[in-house]
Design a protein around this ligand. Structure first.
Ligand code: ADP
Ligand code: ZN
Ligand code: ZN
Length: 727
């Protein structure tokens, strides 16, 4: 090895506890190297890693087997793409989650960059009418190209705005550009040009917006406002002031809350391009947005969970809308919580962070009560909207048709007759949750999971919602050959079938992941319905985000299973869901009604929620959590393991348990996972719990490296989940 090489530690996107050392030509090792991507050999293939430090002396040249070090194949970045606050926050995240640093760094990058693509061009472009276009416009035939030319005749448009406002604009644009009637131009630094003006904020909104803007440095503010109270208006006010100070704003929204409608509301109010990041984008668009944030060109970034990783060199404000939403937690790979991570980032960046919700998580409420967060309340709906009336409907002994009782059906009929729209909420996709043999009791179970198969396709198909397995419905019972196979219970498909037969005079639309694959599809569905009377049947896809001004009745069915779940968080989740769904009703000037159908009308959760509201429920629930020493009064980590056979899983978890030690941390298990068998794997877990986060972290620091070394670890797939949300 010659003097002309250096040694560099490279974090690889692999489940390895530490970075790997490589050799790098001195010429390629010039600083700044830390945070640059490197292409390196691994085994017989190549992989993209990130340099962990400036290159050091290649002291190994003298011996130590360092001559076996492999050489870096290529330095991809001349300057770091991960640096500053984001770099240190990611290092913190890896330590906190006890996750491999290489995997954490890789998950911060959009896939294209992770795979080694060069940083993309991020100059924003727009379109304008050429002189020839102005001349030709009056003579153009009616149709999409003419409409697009007319749009540009009112002023040039940036592509992000077009994507948000006029999806499908590219085809007419191509036609016109070919004829030289329009041209693509680079947009200079955008200056805000709002198209709509804000409503006059009410006193509570104004106080909240002022409190946010008064924060010069870090602070967490809980914006706790009932559905429809105008939280989004408060965000917009705070973002506008952030932009005016020359700062960037990051807004996190739940997966299903990021709609074209919402982006357009932001764009037209703020008057700058909104950079969206969500799962519907192509890889190159994601890389472009991320890079535009890195370069400070993206001023407002609105995204789902993974947007927590955008670089914010000029950060001024972070907002987490619907902070209680379950989609902020990543359930595989790097199990981070986007809300919790951006709180850490806001602190490192020295900027305020707003957590907004009508149903704050118990963690967040607890922090607010302890004085760690500023608690801002919006008690009333904005404008003319009234709170919905919520009634519990006892359906014991009542005749049910596809899960709907006579009161609900009568209410639907009345709402439609009055010209309103109805939402029937059932959080279960498919036709029926179970296929049962009426003669012998056999039911269709997934062969690979501990779960019944869901009946789909009006009864023709069986689908496992856990592993995706599919099969046609058997013609006869496999156990007794009887033909009496019956779908049991009601999914959204079956409710749709029933209601569309019963209410033939109005549109009946089902909205769930089966019927509506994309967020645009959902909007199209809602556009088709418009303001006419009709029925929507939906899962939680419909529980939030969409303003349906004509929705006057919400009927909630099938909540009873959620009342008696083993998961200690199920009550909280159900209460949040019910309040959010109820919040869909009566958003505008028409009053709304919510009917909750149940066989357990006296259940304390329902009683508290309906008579005293979400905050009373939260208080009771927090008291119970405190007594039981559950989160947020305890901190947990979950070690999951799975294998084809249960024996190696047990051996691994027992060996792991034996090494925890007994200082300050309680260990439970090995226990069967909530679903003990999934996709053919036997699954078990170990729960570590401590009232002290620091004590738990200290234990994990010592313990996790040992897990990698356990011989038993090689026979299982295992993962650690810090702050798990499903136990
Ligand atoms: P949230 O985000 O709390 O659900 P939004 O900000 O979406 O509430 O507001 C709900 C509705 O009330 C929207 O239609 C919005 O335009 C309207 N609104 C909000 N604030 C005001 C206000 N100060 N005056 C009049 N209308 C308002
Ligand atoms: Zn049978
Ligand atoms: Zn399955």
């Amino acid at each position: 090895m010659s003097d002309a090489t250096r040694r560099v530690a490279v974090a690889l996107p692999r489940p390895l506890p530490t970075p790997f050392d490589y050799r790098l030509d001195a010429a390629a090792a010039t600083p700044p190297l830390r945070g640059c991507r490197l292409r390196v050999p691994l085994g017989s293939s190549e992989i993209i890693g990130v340099a962990m430090d400036e290159a050091g002396d290649d002291t190994g040249a003298a011996g130590d087997g360092a001559t076996t070090l492999k050489s870096v194949l290529e330095r991809i970045d001349a300057t770091p793409i991960l640096h500053g606050e984001l770099w240190s926050s990611l290092l913190w995240l890896a330590r906190y989650l006890h996750a491999p640093i290489g995997e954490v760094l890789a998950s911060a990058l959009p896939a294209a960059l992770r795979q080694g693509a060069a940083l993309p061009e991020t100059q924003a472009f727009g379109w304008r009418l050429t002189e020839a276009g102005h001349t030709a416009l009056p003579g153009l035939r009616a149709g999409a190209p003419r409409r697009f030319a007319e749009l540009l005749a009112t002023g040039e448009r940036d592509e992000d705005g077009l994507d948000a406002q006029h999806p499908g604009w590219r085809t007419p644009a191509r036609t016109l550009a070919k004829r030289g009637l329009i041209e693509r131009v680079a947009m200079d630094a955008v200056s805000p040009s709002p198209a709509t003006s804000p409503p006059d904020l009410n006193d509570e909104q104004r106080a909240a917006a002022d409190a946010i803007s008064a924060h010069a440095g870090f602070g967490v503010l809980l914006l706790d406002g009932v559905t429809g109270s105008g939280k989004t208006e408060v965000y917009l006010d705070a973002i506008a002031r952030t932009l005016a100070r020359g700062r960037q704003a990051l807004v996190l929204v739940p997966e299903i809350g990021l709609t074209p409608q919402m982006l357009e509301r932001f764009r037209s109010r703020l008057g700058v391009p909104i950079h969206a990041l969500h799962s519907g984008l192509g890889e190159s668009e994601r890389a472009r947005t991320w890079t535009a944030a890195l370069r400070g060109q993206a001023r407002v970034i609105v995204g789902t969970r993974s947007a927590a990783f955008v670089p914010l060199p000029e950060a001024g404000l972070i907002i987490v809308d619907e902070e209680h939403d379950g989609s902020y937690k990543q359930f595989d790979g790097i199990r981070y919580h986007a809300r919790d991570f951006v709180i850490v980032r806001a602190k490192a960046l020295g900027v305020p962070i707003v957590l907004g919700s009508a149903t704050p998580s118990l963690e967040t409420l607890h922090n607010a009560q302890a004085g760690r967060y500023t608690h801002l309340r919006l008690h009333h709906r904005a404008g003319a909207a009234q709170p919905p009336q919520v009634r519990v409907i006892d359906v014991r002994k009542r005749p049910l048709q596809s899960g709907l009782g006579p009161e609900a059906l009568a209410a639907i009929e009345a709402a439609l007759a009055a010209g309103g729209q109805v939402l029937v909420f059932r959080n279960r996709r498919g036709y029926a949750p179970v296929l049962l043999c009426h003669d012998c009791g056999w039911s269709a179970q997934c062969k690979r999971c501990d779960s019944p198969m869901t009946v789909h396709g009006g009864g023709r198909r069986l689908v496992c919602h856990h592993c995706g397995a599919q099969q046609p419905t058997p013609p006869a019972c496999p156990q007794c050959a009887s033909l009496a196979l019956q779908p049991q219970g009601n999914g959204t498909e079956r409710i749709e079938e029933f209601l569309s037969q019963r209410f033939t005079q109005v549109p009946v639309l089902r909205i769930d992941r089966g019927s509506t694959q994309t967020r645009d599809g959902l909007q199209q569905h809602l556009d088709t319905l418009g303001a006419q009377p009709g029925i929507l049947i939906g899962t939680q896809m419909l529980a939030k985000g969409h303003d349906l001004p004509n929705l006057t009745l919400v009927v909630v069915v099938g909540i009873d299973e959620g009342l008696f779940s083993a998961d200690f968080r199920s009550g909280e989740k159900l209460a949040q869901l019910l309040v959010q769904v109820a919040g869909r009703a009566g958003r505008a000037d028409k009053p709304g009604t919510v009917l909750l159908q149940t066989h357990h009308p006296d259940h304390p959760l329902l009683q508290t929620l309906v008579t005293r509201g979400y905050h009373a429920f939260a208080e009771e629930e927090l008291a119970e959590r405190e007594a039981a020493i559950f989160p947020p009064f305890a901190h947990m980590a979950l070690l999951r393991a799975e294998a084809k056979d249960v024996e190696p899983v047990l051996q691994f978890l027992r060996a792991a348990k034996a090494r925890v030690g007994d200082v300050g941390v309680e260990v439970h298990g090995p226990l069967a996972a909530p679903m003990p068998r999934r996709a053919g794997y036997q699954r078990m877990q170990l729960i570590l719990s401590s009232p002290s986060r620091a004590a738990l972290q200290a234990r994990l620091d010592a313990w996790v490296p040992e897990l990698y070394r356990l011989p038993e670890a090689r026979r299982v797939r295992w993962s650690l989940d810090v702050d798990p949300v499903d136990l």
